[in-house]
Design a binder for this molecule. Structure first.
Ligand SMILES: Nc1nc2c(ncn2[C@@H]2O[C@H](COP(=O)(O)OP(=O)(O)OP(=O)(O)O)[C@@H](O)[C@H]2O)c(=O)[nH]1
Ligand SMILES: [Mg+2]
Length: 338
């Protein structure tokens, strides 16, 4: 069970720009004084907390983050351009540590909170600084300073955006293992999943999100039947529920009965769970008897004002549509809370 997302990345701030060696050239002045400008400052590397991202997945694809160097100074006392800081967006809740010592540098718990993790080098001084009464033509200037560099460890406690509910054996774990790297045990018997599993899902161009696979619910779960319902606390703060329905085997071969039974248990645990958007999806349509039934089930749900998705967690058919729907719900929710 891994509820902590982590990523180790290398950051490097920009070099300071070089100071310039230059001398004034003016008409009628044969040997002008030094006018080499200073180098500009290298960019800092700054972490900034945002609600745009929910996981550290992007950092698994990009490990090196390097800010730009400062511009070199030039003649006529022109200072080099200071480089822009490199702002790295991380999810709210990200803890930033030294990768070697584990020392905590920052805990970005608020939106827009920042942490300067590596400072850019200051620019070198141009030769204009070094003229003295005895040495009026200094032919040297300073190099810029190195930018700071280090390996940092990012850690984030994952919170589920979507919780999967359904009867045992419905295919919840098969679904999460198909759409994420989570590898819960999958088996042809009820209560295979005994503890919640989280998976990070990346779909289309949307920011990644977190999905929770929990043990199956049964009628009477609120009275402690089956695995009980205490694990439902893991989905209390989600933005949506994905309700997976299986009509391939007894005793729940009717999707509507199945739908009502699960929602009854959810409501008895915490009525606010019923306020969440719920995506209802019929699984195992790769099985001919299920596919045959599907049309009728979809029509019945439609009559009750509910869209019933159809899919197969095994073949992947229909999954993309479900993920599109989840992404749009999360996106909408985010816009509401901003
Ligand atoms: N034919 C078919 N079988 C499926 C599909 N999805 C899941 N199964 C099978 O259904 C059984 C149960 O799948 P799981 O993913 O373990 O179900 P679960 O909902 O996580 O079950 P619990 O953890 O016990 O609550 C396994 O034998 C799966 O191979 C599907 O789309 N088609
Ligand atoms: Mg399972």
């Amino acid at each position: 069970m891994k509820f902590i997302d982590e990523a180790k990345i290398y950051i490097k701030a920009g070099h300071g720009g070089q100071g310039c060696i230059s001398f004034r050239r003016e008409k009628f002045v044969p040997r002008g004084g030094p006018d080499g400008g200073d180098g500009g400052k290298g960019g800092d590397v700054i972490f900034r907390a945002t609600e745009k991202h929910r996981t550290l997945l992007d950092f698994k694809y990009r490990q090196h983050h390097i800010a730009k160097n400062g511009g070199h100074g030039s003649g006529n006392n022109r200072t080099g351009r200071s480089a822009a800081d490199l702002i790295i967006s991380v999810p709210v809740g990200t803890v930033i540590k030294d990768a070697e010592t584990q020392e905590v540098f920052a805990d970005l718990s608020q939106v827009s909170q920042i942490h300067v993790a590596a400072r850019g080098g200051i620019g070198g001084k141009g030769n204009a600084h070094f003229a003295t009464s005895t040495h009026q033509t200094p032919r040297f200037a300073q190099d810029g300073m190195e930018g700071e560099e280090r390996w940092v460890l990012l850690e984030l406690k994952l919170l589920a955006d979507v919780g999967i509910v359904g009867f045992p054996n419905a295919g919840k774990s098969t679904f999460i293992s198909r759409v994420s790297a989570a590898k819960p045990k999958i088996a042809d018997y009820p209560f295979t999943t005994l503890t919640p599993h989280l998976g990070v899902v990346k779909h289309a161009k949307a920011p990644s999100f977190v999905i929770a696979d929990i043990p199956g619910l049964i009628s009477g779960a609120h009275q402690g039947m089956g695995m009980g319902i205490n694990f439902l606390k893991h989905i209390e703060r989600t933005s949506a529920l994905l309700h997976i329905i299986d009509v391939s085997a007894e005793p729940y071969t009717d999707a509507w009965e199945n739908y009502k039974a699960i929602n009854n248990e959810l409501g008895l645990y915490n009525p606010s769970l019923l306020q969440k958007p719920q995506i209802v999806a019929l699984n195992k349509i790769d099985l001919p008897p299920v596919r045959e039934k599907a049309k009728k089930e979809v029509a019945l749900f439609k009559k009750n004002g509910i869209m019933l998705f159809e899919f197969s967690a095994v073949t992947g058919e229909g999954i993309s549509k479900i993920l599109n729907k989840i992404v749009s719900i999360i996106h909408k929710k985010k816009k509401e809370t901003l």
